[in-house]
Design a protein around this ligand. Sequence first.
Ligand code: G1P
Length: 273
Amino acid sequence: MKALIPAAGLGTRFLPATKAQPKEMLLVVDRPVIQYIVEEGLASAADEVVIINSREKKSIEEHFSPNPELVATLRERGKDAYADIVEQVGNYNVSYVYQDEPLGLGHAIRCAHENTGGEPFYVLLGDVLVPDNKMLPRMQEVSDAHNGASVIAVMPVPDDHVSRFGIIAGAAETDDVWKVDSLVEKPALADAPSNLAVFGRYLLSPRVMELLADVEPGVGGEIQLTDALDAVLNEEEMYALVIDPADGFDTGTVESWLETNNVLFRRASEQKK
Ligand code: G1P
């Protein structure tokens, strides 16, 4: 089973910081943000992470490549703890496919169709951080309890944020699990069926990957993953895990990025005490 991480976006909201450096390589406390996402993927049931990259973002691949010269230099200087970390990151099981045109999230995911091998797969969006790595295992449990159905993470958002997200319609099955009836990408508040927003973590059936081949451009002229999820509901069940705002951090804007850094830095400092 694979964990897919789309990373081919332009990082427009972070310009000028992202002019020469991918957004995924920006620092959160002590490592580039994509390292948290890769580590979360590898901590799940996935055996490999597939990064859907653009050909301009080679520094992402360099970050996850072995660097024996650097490791040797660090060891010569007695800096073994750093050498160990560099070695570990260079050995993560990460591979790459390329999205050569910016046609949307659904298109990015479809670029990895040969990698998923007709199996269920995870999708992890890089603008959401889940530092305790517990969300994907919990989603897997919900899926296992419902015959392998797709499961998406959702979070309640205030009215003025609804139009920034994919929004679900459905009914609560338990305190934190909803059965999904439909999804709509970035609705106007008046058209939003709930305030439960899709929050960057998906466990998807192989049928979603097949349907993505035929999804027409939607909101923003882009091929939307949300539209494939809505389409698969004609054939299969889907569930939503309602996550606690304390479990996931939005890093999609400069403001939320800085706030995430502050919270995680404080947490790391507390743990060191
Ligand atoms: C994407 C998805 C959207 C989801 C959001 C946050 O939108 O299309 O459904 O709610 O991520 O996970 P984007 O932020 O890429 O526009």
